[in-house]
Design a protein around this ligand. Structure first.
Ligand SMILES: *Cc1c(COP(=O)(O)O)cnc(C)c1O
Length: 377
């Protein structure tokens, strides 16, 4: 059987940058949390993204959790959250005993519909927190969402876990809202094996990130003995992990370039199948990192997304469905949902993610496309 083709797997730099940073950590015995790599990784993320301050954390999920705490989420308080996403976007709302209200997507970007967000504010006018996602690396309609949030004096959190490197009007996604989060989980565009980053571009970003650091390190007060006035978490990134991140950051631009090539390849090679529409690509105002290349099939297509996934699986090729919207998840069945004509549900039913691994060769891509096209034969 041919070598397995992955959806998206870790891709360390050819130059070995990650090993150098890890070696340094070993040489200085700086294995434990904190240390030069953690500080360096935070600074380099700020330089690259333009964020004013950052805190390296153990996961993207922990970054979302702390962003919600910084937003002051209270027990029983509602949060407007994009429905079409991975569950990690919504779960931390419940960690804080908040109540997610799920918002439908719009077809141009697959992300939160500004019109549905407006409706949500009409229904629940005193809501203060909005959780936006840039799904699969496609930038949301950030200008419109931001305008609505400021009109309602709501805190905007950007889940940019999948969109590191996606730029909107020259600015990095994750730096538009009050707080942004990135993930370095194994399948993301760059990885530390596991990890996340909380960033902020607010005037008081430095203070806010210090508070997040405090919570992430068990809320230890500045006393000689262990004094605690608040509940804490063990959410810090280790100095080893951060070393991998520093190395990976050096090749982020290369990874984006390759991801974009993968998307373009699929777009061209699958254009002969009229049932296939590739996911939204660059608009005038933005440049996508193309983390995963996704497609949708027309509703009257005789081939289903599952048919394609099974055909690829038979050839040892990994693919996956589009995220199942949160408002359709049993665990969130009690939550309200603001509909925009069933866009998220349509994308879930008709969509799928093609393998988008940066180690794929042109032959690999042609193999995938050949199998996809053969589903119509
Ligand atoms: C991966 C991901 C997360 C969670 O990040 P982890 O680092 O795995 O905790 C959150 N939101 C989205 C949209 C993701 O894809």
């Amino acid at each position: 059987m041919s070598d397995r083709i992955f959806l998206a797997s870790p891709h360390m730099s050819e130059e070995g940058y990650e090993r150098e940073f890890i070696q340094e950590a070993f040489d200085t015995n700086w294995i434990a949390p904190l240390g030069a790599n953690v500080d360096g990784f935070e600074n380099e993320i700020c330089q690259k993204t333009g964020a004013k301050a950052a805190v390296a954390l153990s996961s993207g999920t922990s970054a979302i959790h702390l962003a919600l705490k910084l937003a002051g989420l209270k027990k029983g308080e509602r949060v407007f959250c994009q429905s079409l996403t991975f569950s990690a976007t919504a779960n931390p709302i419940v960690y804080e005993a908040g109540i997610p209200v799920f918002i439908d997507s719009e077809p141009d970007t697959w992300n939160m519909s500004p019109a549905a967000l407006e409706s949500a504010f009409r229904k629940y006018p005193d809501t203060r927190i909005v959780m936006l996602v840039h799904l699969y690396g496609v930038a949301a309609k950030i200008d419109e969402i931001k305008e609505i949030c400021s009109r309602h004096q709501a805190v905007l959190i950007e889940d940019a876990a999948e969109s590191l490197g996606t730029v909107y009007n020259g600015q990095w996604t994750g730096t538009f809202g009050d707080y942004g989060i990135y993930s370095f989980n194994g399948n993301k565009i760059i990885t530390t094996s596991g990890g996340g980053m909380l960033v902020s571009n607010r005037e008081d970003a430095e203070d806010k990130m210090q508070k997040a650091f405090f919570w992430a390190t068990q809320s230890r007060e500045k006393e000689r003995y262990y004094q605690h006035k608040e509940i804490g978490y063990n959410y810090r990134m280790s100095n080893i992990t951060a070393g991998i991140g520093r190395g990976q950051l050096k090749v982020l631009d290369k990874r984006i370039e390759k991801k974009r090539k993968i998307y373009q390849y699929y777009k061209k090679a699958l254009s002969s199948v009229s049932d296939i529409t590739m996911m939204p690509f660059d608009r005038e105002e933005c440049r996508n990192n193309c983390w995963l290349s996704c497609l949708t099939l027309s509703v009257d297509s005789r081939v289903s997304p599952l048919d394609i996934q099974l055909a690829l699986e038979k050839e040892n090729i990994e693919s996956r469905p589009v995220w199942k919207p949160m408002h359709l998840q049993p665990v969130f069945s009690d939550c309200d949902y603001i509909d925009n004509g069933g866009v998220a549900e349509h994308l879930f039913k008709q969509g799928m993610c093609l393998p988008s691994d940066t180690k794929m060769t042109d032959q690999d891509l042609e193999r995938v496309c050949g199998i996809v096209r053969s589903c119509w034969k």
